[in-house]
Ligand binder design. Structure first.
Ligand code: ST9
Ligand code: ZN
Ligand code: ZN
Length: 338
């Protein structure tokens, strides 16, 4: 039963029952299947690059514990926070979901942060992510969990995309992001800006500011920090689509996962997020349970740099919990306190 019908919502206006989904099989948490005849075409260049990155990151982890200066370790953590926020507060909540608005200075900061994370330029990232929400767990989902946890985690970056991703992606409106001059600039100069912000500057800072060795700079502040941030992000697609409670909709795979939330700066409350993707908190509760990103957005909202923060009325959450949740909402006390 392979269909190309949407399986998820994108924006607030889309929150209507999806036709044909009311008979979803509740037990499997996997409403759609994947095309068994699809031929995988591996991109060996990417396999080689990711293999190098991961071996280098493991060595970086060893150096982090044995020989890097404390300042270098602290710097690597700060770069993980910056790159992470460029993904969570930037590419994800601001740009892919339009969950709040940001003034020009904040959009510039988030674009710099986003480029540090090197997860493709924002317009490409957001297009893949919008297709992921609209066609979750179908062949049009770039990291379709039905193709396995490894595929959802990293495998999707190691092979050509399923044709449905590209054909369905063409139907996604990206004009809002394409008309943003900051994002257009990032896209146009990405192949110059990305190596500078993700690799060159983070390697030079420890060497020139506190005399760190090149080896420690490259493997700890750059390789380890980059690969760690990547894996924390990918866990949202793999672990948080597989393991955890489903208090808001038990018929979908995305789950509430505390461990992923901590590593991914608040992005592991993924059952809530797929049900209400326009909420700027990406979770029911505020600065609670590892949601560093929400604290960041709230801080800029107090400055007036972030505004029009969207949330979901608690009555709407409650009625959804009662209608489609798995019963864990009460057990865990979600919604009781802030
Ligand atoms: C990375 C991204 O890691 C990670 C994203 C994770 C998302 C997580 C979301 C979870 C929620 C948020 C949580 C955040 C938590 C953060 C925590 C932080 C602490 N629609 O791509 P091509 C077109 S990236 C429409 O080459 P192939 C495309 O425009 C890592 N069209 O496809 C092009 O057309 P044209 C670093 C689409 O050949 C044509 O198709 N980056 C779409 O199949 C071909 O495009 C890398 O490693 C679409 N959706 O290759 C790069 N998609 O020619 C990896 C494509 O006309 N990527 N098109 O312009 C690649 O090498 C390739 O994309 C490929 C596929 C091999 C994977
Ligand atoms: Zn998801
Ligand atoms: Zn999302």
């Amino acid at each position: 039963n392979i269909t190309n019908a949407p399986t998820g919502v994108l924006f607030e206006d889309d929150d209507k029952p999806i036709e044909g989904l009311k008979d979803r099989v509740v037990d499997t948490h996997v409403p759609q299947t994947c095309d068994p005849n699809h031929k995988i075409r591996i991109v060996w260049r990417n396999v080689a690059i990711f293999l190098y990155l991961h071996i280098a990151a493991i060595y970086g982890g060893y150096l982090l514990l044995t020989s890097a200066k404390l300042l270098t370790v602290a710097f690597a953590i700060v770069m993980y926070w910056a790159g992470g926020l460029g993904i969570t507060a930037g590419a994800h909540r601001l740009w892919a979901h339009k969950a709040y608005k940001a003034n020009l200075p904040l959009r510039i900061i988030l674009t710099v942060f986003n480029t540090i994370a090197f997860q493709n330029h924002v317009i490409e990232w957001a297009r893949d992510h919008r297709v992921h929400h609209k066609y979750t767990e179908t062949d049009a989902d770039p990291h379709n969990l039905n193709r396995g946890v490894f595929f959802a985690h990293v495998g999707w970056l190691l092979c050509r995309k399923h044709p449905d991703v590209i054909s369905k992606g063409k139907g996604i409106d990206m004009s809002d992001l394409e008309s943003d001059p900051v994002l257009a600039f990032q896209k146009k100069y990405y192949l110059i800006l990305m190596p500078i912000t993700c690799f060159i500057v983070p390697t030079m800072i420890p060497m020139y500011l506190w005399n760190e060795t090149f080896t420690n700079s490259w493997f700890v502040a750059t390789m380890f920090r980059y690969v760690f941030t990547l894996n924390m992000t990918w866990l949202v697609n793999s672990a948080a689509h597989k393991w955890g409670n489903r208090p808001y909709d038990e018929s979908i795979a995305p789950s509430e996962n505390l461990g992923v939330s901590i590593g991914a700066m608040g992005e592991g409350w993924h059952n809530y997020h797929h049900v209400f993707p326009w909420d700027y908190k990406a979770a029911e509760l505020g600065n609670y349970r590892g949601n560093f990103t929400t604290a960041f957005i709230d801080f800029f909202s107090r400055l007036g740099w972030a505004y029009d923060l969207k949330t979901v009325p608690s009555a709407m959450v409650k009625s959804r919990v009662e209608r489609t949740g798995d019963g864990s909402h009460e057990v865990w006390g979600w919604g009781d306190k802030d």
